[in-house]
Design a protein around this ligand. Structure first.
Ligand code: NAP
Length: 314
């Protein structure tokens, strides 16, 4: 199959009105994917992916950087500017004075001069240094949102990143962020999938001009046991009726909602399958069936025990 032209959205508060391709390749470890990140990113570039979602905590920045260098050497892309690269600051670096050094470290590891987007991975701060996962609540210190955001604004002004954003932020936390931000967040990356549709948060972000990027769009990365979407009978029926896979129904729905999304596949065929969603559509009847799907958050937090106020009961 030929590489489709992937639609893009404009990040309104970015330097130079940077455009983000709606589909990005996820790179979080821990799922069942086989193969290396370097090979997967290189293959993805061959297939037409231009957006890559990394994070300091994933331990993949070096491999993503090596794949980009290789793609340039092979002439698969003519310039790094053709790519959209996101990384995320880990909770240990959520201290105002550590933001610029942490971003510079990510850039060195990625062998890049700038990021397209840097996100606050979680609205949580721990003591600097190493922290084990899941994080013990005793490791948590106060999250200085204003100080951290001001440092991120500095990163954008210094040209270290084209855009800055949040991840795992509730409406309440975004409201607080917007109350002092001089550069508003371009993106909030949160879990959105057919089993956790997040209507309220999406409506709020739309009103404020914040692009939502959906993570775990197939609910597969962190799920154990039965999967609320990939093993869903309603979705199986829709997939069969369209001659598509359940994964494609999931991704098409996200696209029709006006969202961007990061989906991880390190498998050549599935990577390609996930790109084939831009030339067909869901019907009104499909939407009625989709509204019947049970709703439940998959990723509930990263601490032990879970924090009561992480999602602000939203
Ligand atoms: P996901 O993308 O929903 O699922 C990934 C899993 O689905 C992989 O095991 C993959 O296996 C499989 N898969 C992919 N395409 C498929 C298809 N067409 N048919 C069947 N199986 C398919 O889950 P995720 O990795 O949790 O989320 C995606 C990305 O979001 C992450 O990699 C990360 O970049 C980001 N993320 C961010 C946060 C955050 O806190 N900001 C949290 C979670 C995730 P194969 O490789 O074998 O295809």
């Amino acid at each position: 199959m030929t590489a489709p032209k992937v639609p893009e959205v404009v990040l309104s508060s970015s330097s130079g009105q940077r455009k983000m391709p709606v589909i990005g390749l996820g790179t979080a470890p821990g799922s069942i994917s086989k193969g290396t990140t370097k090979d997967a990113v290189l293959e993805a570039i061959k297939q037409g992916y231009r957006h890559f979602d990394a994070a300091a905590a994933y331990g993949v920045e070096q491999s993503v950087g090596e794949a980009i260098s290789e793609a340039l050497k092979l002439g698969l892309i003519s310039s790094r500017d053709e790519l959209f690269v996101t990384s995320k600051l880990w909770v240990t670096d959520n201290h105002p004075e550590l933001i610029v050094p942490a971003l510079k470290k990510s850039l060195r590891t990625l062998q890049l001069e700038y990021l397209d987007l840097i996100l606050i991975h979680w609205p949580i701060t721990t003591k600097p240094g190493e922290v084990k996962y899941p994080i013990e609540v005793s490791e948590i210190v106060e999250f200085d949102m204003k100080g951290v955001w001001t440092s991120l604004e500095e990163c954008q002004k210094l040209g270290l990143t084209k855009a800055i954003g949040a991840s795992n932020f509730s409406i309440k936390k975004l409201e607080k962020l917007l109350s002092f931000a001089t550069i508003p967040p371009a993106v909030n990356q949160v879990e959105v999938n057919l089993g956790w549709q997040q209507q309220k948060l999406r409506a709020f972000c739309k009103e404020k001009g914040i692009i939502v990027t959906a993570f775990s769009p197939l609910r597969k990365g962190a799920s154990k046991g039965a999967n609320l979407v990939m093993d869903n009978d309603i979705l199986k029926e829709l997939a069969d009726a369209h001659g598509k896979t359940i994964a494609q129904i999931c991704l098409r729905w996200l696209y029709e909602q006006g969202l961007t999304f990061v989906v991880k596949s390190y498998d050549k065929e599935r990577m390609n399958q996930n790109l084939q969603i831009f030339d067909w559509s869901l019907t009104e009847d499909d939407y009625k069936k989709i509204s019947e799907i049970h709703q439940e958050r998959l990723i509930k937090g990263l601490t032990k025990p879970l924090l009561d106020d992480l999602w602000d009961k939203e």
